[in-house]
Write a protein that binds this ligand. Sequence first.
Ligand SMILES: O=C(O)COP(=O)(O)O
Length: 245
Amino acid sequence: MRVRIVFTDIDGTLTINRRSYRLALKAVEALRLLVDKGVIVSLVSSNALPIVVGLSRYIGLNGPVVGESGALVYSDEWGIVELTNMSARGVYLDLLEKYSEYVDDSWQNRFRLYEYALKMREKYLGRAGEIVDEMRRYVESRHEGYTLEYSGYAIHVHAKSVGKGVAVKYILDKLGISSSEALGIGDSVMDVDFIKYLGYRAAVGGSDEELLKYCNTVAESPSGFGLAEIISRVLNGMGDEDSSE
Ligand SMILES: O=C(O)COP(=O)(O)O
């Protein structure tokens, strides 16, 4: 197994479970270990870019990051790279008004450029799937070229051409690394978009069923604890390869 770059989602993948924002310290330690071994680690998230850049910096990671579900990429060397020019602001404002019974605004929207988020109101979380499907039908019939997805943390409204996969391919291409040497780790159906292109495809325990269909490794432990488990398998695999050389 030769992994040169690891792309990992944040919410539900580095956290202690799929509802919390609290990082699993085991996950932080595992990512740092990868960096120390010379592996590039990139965060791939639907969060606003400043959150992703900040987190990457303070954890001590070394790779380019993806924010706004793939609309934006950042690295110290490249600066902010915009992978779309289609802002979903008008679409999100329409949804916020029309579906105000079900969804609330996200504070992060003041810091977003292209992709916008809505939070499902607590009392409707049990009906999230059905409400999201209805909202998607509305968006796709009224706003050509736009769609929405649900991560379990928020509903993300963006141009159809925007995706975590487009951004991950952009990074691989710029760095000259083959997708066969890349590992992707996620927890939600939104992660299928980038994981499906990569040579090594892993899901943490408790992931969405849809994601599991695309993965060749599934952790037993949930969320960030599962990520630590996957990384220890990778590091052991790399050790085997080194000792056989
Ligand atoms: O902001 C969200 O809804 C999810 O963020 P993530 O892409 O890091 O899981």
